[in-house]
Every structure is written in C-alpha cells, then in structure tokens.
Design a protein around this ligand. Structure first.
Ligand SMILES: [Zn+2]
Length: 86
C-alpha cells in the first residue's frame, strides 16, 4: 500500500490550474484513480483524473478544442465538408 502521490496543487497543465485534491475515484474492481479539482482559464472548474493531466490528455475544460476547431474552420480546413454543393 505505498501509493506515491505527486502533489499537483498549483501546477498548470495547458489551460488548467490544479486547485486541490479530490477524493479518489474507486472503480467497482477496486482500482483507484487520484482525482483533482482544476480550473480552466475560462473559469470553468471540474474534476479530472491525475493521469489525464500528467499524460497531457486533458488540457482544458473543452474550450480549447472548440477554439482550435473554430480556428481551423476559419483557415478553411474543414473535414469532410468539401464541395458541398446543393
Ligand atoms: Zn475552458
């Protein structure tokens, strides 16, 4: 039972700043995930798994993805919407 816990409080991951640790998320199988309360630069607070932060999977509340999509749309890069004539 030696759970090495890295304290992420105050650390920044992309647009997210870690505010505090939350209760571990326990799966029915007994597996545990360390959860953290984070705040996005846009002001949204939510709880995320520590591993998602550390492996770079979660970098915003979702607003970052939206913004990138919008930027791509502006630049004319549209997936699967070419030649939509009707
Ligand atoms: Zn956000």
């Amino acid at each position: 039972m030696s759970n090495k816990l890295v304290d992420l409080t105050g650390q920044r991951f992309g647009r997210l700043v870690v505010l505090k640790r939350e209760k571990n998320h326990v799966y029915p199988g007994g597996q545990q995930h360390v959860m953290w309360l984070v705040r996005c630069d846009c002001g949204v607070e939510f709880i995320v798994r520590g591993v998602s932060l550390k492996n770079g999977f979660t970098k915003s509340c979702g607003c970052l993805r939206e913004e990138v999509a919008r930027r791509k749309a502006k630049a004319g890069i549209r997936g699967g919407k070419a030649n939509a004539e009707s």
